[in-house]
Design a binder for this molecule. Structure first.
Ligand SMILES: [Zn+2]
Length: 120
């Protein structure tokens, strides 16, 4: 399941960015996933649960997934349209296009931390 390695990569990049005391206060991760990113949100959540079980330090962390629609530019009329049902055809002039401008993202948009108590 490639979602498990994605989740491990997410935690690894957070471990590179934040110190252990900071990570101990981590409460949630906001993930932005494009519909072309080849990631199934349900599988991602399952993988996240599995990784959390093997790493108790992250037991209290939740994962929020925001799905981004696929946006494509039309080479003919220049309009930007949303792809539905993997139909890469301009909604204005019916010209086929594969000029994807959004939808392949897989990124950590934001991380949430618990407030530090008593400056500890
Ligand atoms: Zn067009």
């Amino acid at each position: 399941m490639h979602e498990v390695s994605l989740v491990r990569n997410i935690f690894r990049s957070l471990e590179d960015t934040f110190s252990p005391p900071e990570l101990a206060r981590l409460t949630a991760i906001d993930l932005t996933v494009g519909k072309l990113a080849n990631v199934e949100p349900v599988l991602m959540q399952n993988a996240f649960d599995a990784v959390r079980q093997s790493q108790p330090e992250y037991a209290g962390v939740t994962l929020n997934i925001e799905l981004l629609p696929i946006l494509v530019d039309c080479p003919n009329c220049g309009s930007r349209f949303e792809v539905a049902q993997y139909r890469f055809v301009c909604s204005e002039c019916q010209t086929p296009s594969n000029q994807v401008v959004q939808g392949t993202e897989l990124l950590i948009r934001r991380v949430h931390f618990r407030e530090e108590e008593g400056g500890a």
